[in-house]
Design a protein around this ligand. Structure first.
Ligand code: HEC
Length: 288
């Protein structure tokens, strides 16, 4: 039967080619990304290239990519509790910045009034605990810091890693556009569909809020806010937006663990936050 495979392959390829040609003719124009990242098969290594958007002096998209792919360890602020060692561990398919099969667990319970309460997780044989935190970290630098979800925290959900490619475009959408879409849904569906626009704080602009658009619950409205969270929640790397680790058990570094790099990017976030089609430039080069 193996001899049949090549012909089936040719057939599938032929159908795809016809299908893609059709899409190319009728489909919308591709949005121009700020830069392109070759796949691992095309061009191994961190070799993102600009699609025409100027790279700031001393900085390149390829350099940004290396930061996104950097494997952290205890000396660079990993842990004490964490899920993975690099952003690209979870955001990789088909190139750095994409999604992946990675899921994370969130846990908590409902109180007597049916309100959700985030988990309190004992660590260190019950000598310490991590309180008020629904995200449960799968890994730890030392066994004493390892989290185990108590049975009582019986509301649990898995969240898959999201694609971040193109998020620069999403960040650029004005609040009023999202609010108008939510309003329009009510009108065209006779009230049956009602998209909810939630207002969330912008961590890097104290006192300001914006319509949420990132994460499964639209919990952030700016990429920088999300990234500050991700550095802490996924890797345990504290930064100026999330300056404290969730436990001191197993901690060997001083907070904040992420500090401005030699481009001084921590102080120039706003001027550098120009419109970009892909986001890990901001994830990495804006030292948090
Ligand atoms: C252990 C896996 C993991 C690691 C490591 C990780 N992420 Fe994520 N990422 C996720 C998951 C899961 C989500 C969805 C989170 C949610 O809303 O519940 C996500 C969501 C995001 C989003 C929101 C995407 C959108 O369009 O809504 C951004 C931005 C992001 N991550 C950036 C980063 C950056 C930057 C890093 C490194 C500092 C990083 N992530 C590290 C798993 C990971």
């Amino acid at each position: 039967m193996t001899h049949k495979w090549p012909s089936v392959g040719v057939l599938v390829a032929g159908v795809m080619a016809v299908g893609l040609a059709g899409v190319a003719q009728q489909g919308p124009t591709e949005a121009p990304a700020g830069f392109a990242t070759p796949t691992l098969a095309q061009n191994p290594g961190s070799q993102s290239i600009s699609n025409g958007i100027a790279q700031p002096p001393g900085d390149t998209y390829a350099l940004d990519q290396t930061r996104f792919e950097q494997n952290h360890d205890a000396s660079t602020g990993l842990g004490p509790v964490f899920n993975a060692r690099a952003c690209a561990d979870c955001h990789q398919n088909p190139v750095s910045g994409g999604s992946s099969q990675f899921t994370e667990i969130r846990a908590g319970h409902n109180d007597a009034n049916g309100n959700f309460v985030a988990a309190t997780v004992p660590i260190n044989d019950g000598a310490n605990s991590i309180a008020n935190r629904s995200i449960i970290n799968d890994r730890a630098l030392i066994p004493q810091a390892q989290e185990h979800i108590p049975d009582a925290e019986n509301v649990r959900a898995l969240r898959a890693a999201l694609n971040t490619l193109g998020d620069g475009f999403v960040e650029a959408i004005d609040d009023s556009t999202l609010q108008a879409i939510a309003q329009h849904q009510i009108e065209v569906s006779g009230g049956r569909i009602h998209g909810e626009a939630v207002e969330v704080p912008v961590l890097e602009s104290q006192g300001q809020s914006r319509i949420g658009r990132f994460g499964w619950k639209d919990q952030h409205s700016s990429l920088l806010s999300f990234i500050g969270d991700a550095y802490l929640n996924e890797m345990g790397v504290t930064n100026r937006l999330r300056p404290k680790d969730v436990t001191t058990v197993g901690k060997i570094t001083t907070d904040p663990e992420d500090t401005p790099d030699n481009l001084g990017l921590a102080t120039s976030i706003t001027s550098r936050s120009s419109f970009e089609g892909r986001r890990f430039r901001r994830a990495t080069r804006f030292s948090l």
